[in-house]
Design a protein around this ligand. Structure first.
Ligand code: ZN
Length: 340
């Protein structure tokens, strides 16, 4: 009961990349960088296991950013000439690469880190990929001229990599779709369909993560402008509930999401965010167990997976580690509290 997991990303050690940044520069190149990525991946597998997490991941140590890490292995994208673009409905500007030709995978994207992680843990292994709609929102289009068409082109490539990750022994493949919370109508119209295309044919567990973003200032300011009740999920959960995706990761603790919206996901596994990634304050096991208690009013216990609200990439490494420990200890407390 209450197997614990993280959304996906973890802070990169200072010897691998710049710290506390969303698009950090690597500290090495070539073989040296490859070795540093491998070392950081193994370090975080060990740290997640020691913290007591049941489902572990590679902490996204091998990618600079959760979207661009995938795009780097796609043909048809010009990374030499990045352009400034407002993303997430102009919430903030990012330097993004441009799609200039038909999209095609250059080869495997995440084989190295997925196989490495699989070889070094017996726990359930979750691997994250960006969702098609979020990719489309994080790249400039100079070729397709049609958002939906481009999203489905990316979905095909994601599907190829996802099937290969499954063959590598990954147990859960999660697509990250923060854009769903920004373009709710489009998400319900075609975003979920593009997501299902990306997950087509997978027999491992499939998941989607929908959040209000990393704990960076632009996101915190945006959240402060969303009012007392955040009801974005209300518009997209019915489409997700009707979809083939098995697990949904959402924000809960310290958010203004009305917890009863979780009821819209009946039948799905719900990864409930019990750890705030926008604050360095470490949750107590009691606070984590309390949040699980709130979620239990709306999610069946066999479907509840305590999780972080979002990735921990831009956080301080020590803070992140303490939060992982709080997550595991809080879930343990909840098992004792709500177990019978
Ligand atoms: Zn997130």
């Amino acid at each position: 009961m209450f197997p614990t997991a993280i959304a996906g990303s973890l802070p990169k050690p200072g010897w691998l990349a710049e710290t506390k940044k969303l698009w950090p520069q690597w500290k090495a190149q070539g073989d040296e960088l490859r070795q540093a990525k491998a070392d950081a991946t193994l370090l975080w597998i060990k740290m997640q296991e020691d913290a007591g997490l049941d489902i572990v991941g590679d902490g996204e140590q091998s990618r600079q950013h959760f979207v661009h890490g995938f795009l780097e292995q796609v043909e048809g994208i010009d990374f030499e000439h990045k352009v400034k673009m407002g993303i997430r409905d102009n919430r903030y500007d990012a330097m993004v690469p441009q799609v200039v030709a038909p999209l095609k995978l250059k080869g495997r994207v995440h084989a190295f880190e997925a196989q490495l992680a699989r070889a070094h843990t017996r726990r359930k292994l979750k691997f994250t990929l960006p969702g098609p709609m979020t990719i489309v929102d994080t790249v400039a289009d100079r070729f397709y001229g049609d958002k939906v068409k481009m999203a489905f082109a990316f979905a095909e490539l994601l599907n190829q990599e996802a099937l290969a990750l499954q063959a590598d022994g990954v147990d859960i493949i999660q697509f990250d779709e923060p854009a769903f919370n920004v373009y709710m109508k489009e998400a319900a119209d075609w975003g979920v369909k593009a997501l299902e295309r990306a997950a087509q044919g997978l027999t491992c567990t499939t998941a989607v993560h929908i959040c209000y973003g990393y704990g960076i200032k632009a996101n915190v300011d945006w959240k402060n402008a969303l009012g007392q009740e955040w009801r974005q999920y209300e518009q997209i959960f019915p489409a997700l509930a009707a979809s083939s995706i098995k697990q949904v990761s959402l924000e809960c603790y310290h958010s203004h999401v009305p917890p009863q919206l979780m009821k819209l996901l009946e039948g799905k596994d719900v990864m409930v965010g019990v750890i705030d990634v926008a604050s360095d304050e470490i949750e107590t096991p009691e606070q984590v167990a309390d949040t699980i208690g709130v979620a239990l009013q709306f999610v069946a216990r066999e479907h509840l997976i305590p999780c972080t609200n979002c990735g921990l990439a831009p956080m301080d490494r020590e803070v992140a580690l303490k939060k992982l420990e709080a997550l595991a200890q809080g879930a343990e407390l909840a098992r004792r509290r709500y177990g019978s």
